[in-house]
Design a protein around this ligand. Structure first.
Ligand code: PMT
Length: 402
């Protein structure tokens, strides 16, 4: 998603420096080129070696080190950045920036850059809410800096209150929204993700291995590209993406109801969820006791939600997924035609690095017009980017035909 983008990650000294390590990992995973600049104090919390290992680039800490390079270090960093991201940002650095002071590499580079700057303040609540710090933050916003508010919670100093650095995923999404071109602005996108659960009794249910990662990646990337996203999610262990309306469901029938409430007003629908094809005919009101050696369950079919949408489709772009273990292309092609899809994403869920639960996926795209496109093994965010590129092309083609 961030391929070709250069992020300069500034790290100033606070206990939240450890979170910057995870943030760096997310940026590198999204294929951004990341250069880390640390203040002297930051190095007291986490060594530059950690950041160097993850970024695959030398970490910059001292101004004079950089004069050994051909360029004057702080200027080359400032010029390279597509985004200058500072997490955590201390009260001291906020004060220096707000008052035009620059006495170390990080503050000097920040003053020299013309790239968008996203600051993530993190400190003790009283410091954060002090008149001076609030004044400096207001001035920075007036000067065009972007500030991501800290969250409330348990602080390292034992306090409870506002001042905690947001989760790395939240900072990553805020950074993406400043880096990714909003080519999907105005597009209303509906995506389903995760499994459904069909209860057997109050304790047991039928489900599958879907983690929701594929669908959540589509929702996240689409939102970063400006789309108005509604995510219909089965039970998963993922944080709801920022800037996305998330509707939580459990059963296939509940997913059907959620789809019905949004389908007519959607421009694009991605059906990445793994919907149970069957459900128990009867749901026991009490926990079934272990009496007999074997237990038979009578199942009945759930509605085929995607096929229903294919029948109702008017101007929507409808994208299905095919989770197969054999005859991948033939099975996917059949679903593409039978469910009246514009595109189906075929994945062999037994292939290494593909399908359920993995960070990556290996997919082949089959289009209604007969085109096929095989993607290499990619991170699910990158798969999402490619899928959205193709859908953007279909939307453009449809707009030109209108
Ligand atoms: O969630 P992850 O862990 O990241 O894993 C991703 C994934 C493997 C779940 C995803 O890539 C994927 O393949 N999703 C579709 C899973 C699935 O149900 O495939 P299927 O071939 O059984 O169904 C075909 C299509 O019909 C799917 O778009 C599905 O959403 C839809 N369907 C299926 C059954 C049903 N009753 N209603 C439906 O709408």
């Amino acid at each position: 998603m961030l391929q070709g983008k250069t992020v300069v990650l500034g790290v100033s000294g606070g206990i939240a420096v450890y979170k910057a390590v995870e943030l760096l990992r997310l940026l590198v995973k999204a294929q951004a080129e990341v250069h880390v600049v640390m203040t002297r104090n930051a190095c007291e919390f986490v060594t530059p070696l950690t950041f160097q290992t993850l970024s695959h680039n030398p970490v910059h800490t001292e101004m004079f080190n950089l004069y050994q390079e051909q360029e004057i270090g702080h200027i080359s960093l400032a010029e390279r950045a597509d985004l200058f991201l500072v997490a955590p940002t201390t009260a001291n650095l906020i004060g220096k920036l707000a008052n035009g002071l620059a006495d170390d590499l990080l503050s000097t580079s920040l003053m020299a850059t013309r790239a968008p700057v996203l600051l993530c303040p993190a400190m003790n609540t009283n410091m954060y809410e002090s008149p001076g710090c609030l004044r400096n933050q207001r001035r920075l916003i007036e000067d065009g800096y972007h500030l991501l508010d800290p969250v409330s919670g348990d602080l390292a100093c034992g306090w409870q209150g506002k001042g905690k650095l947001p989760d790395p995923q939240q900072i990553f999404e805020a950074a993406c929204s400043l880096l990714v071109t909003e080519d999907l602005r105005g597009v209303r996108l509906l995506v389903t993700a995760g499994p459904t659960r069909e209860e057997i009794d109050p304790v047991r249910y039928l489900s599958n291995h879907s983690s929701g990662k594929m669908g959540y990646a589509i929702a996240r990337v689409a939102a970063a590209r400006g789309a108005e996203v509604t995510l219909i999610s089965g039970p998963v262990a993922l944080c709801e993406p920022a800037g996305v309306e998330t509707l939580q469901i459990v059963t296939a029938v509940q997913m059907q109801q959620a789809l019905d409430s949004r389908f007519e007003t959607s421009d694009v629908v991605f059906k990445a969820a793994a919907v149970a094809d069957y459900r128990p005919v009867q749901k026991a009101t009490q926990k079934i006791k272990k009496m007999t050696e074997s237990l038979s369950l009578q199942l009945e079919k759930n509605p085929d939600l995607l096929a229903e949408l294919g029948r109702r489709k008017k101007r929507q772009i409808l994208v299905g997924f095919a989770a197969e273990t054999e005859n991948l292309l033939a099975n996917a092609q059949t679903k593409l035609e039978q469910k009246n899809l514009d595109l189906i994403v075929a994945n062999d869920v037994t292939a290494e690095g593909a399908g359920f639960g993995s960070e990556t996926n290996l997919v082949r795209l089959l289009f209604a017009d007969g085109r096929q496109e095989e993607l290499p093994l990619l991170a699910k965010d990158e798969v999402a980017s490619r899928l959205l590129d193709r859908v953007a092309e279909l939307l453009k083609k449809r707009a030109n035909q209108a």
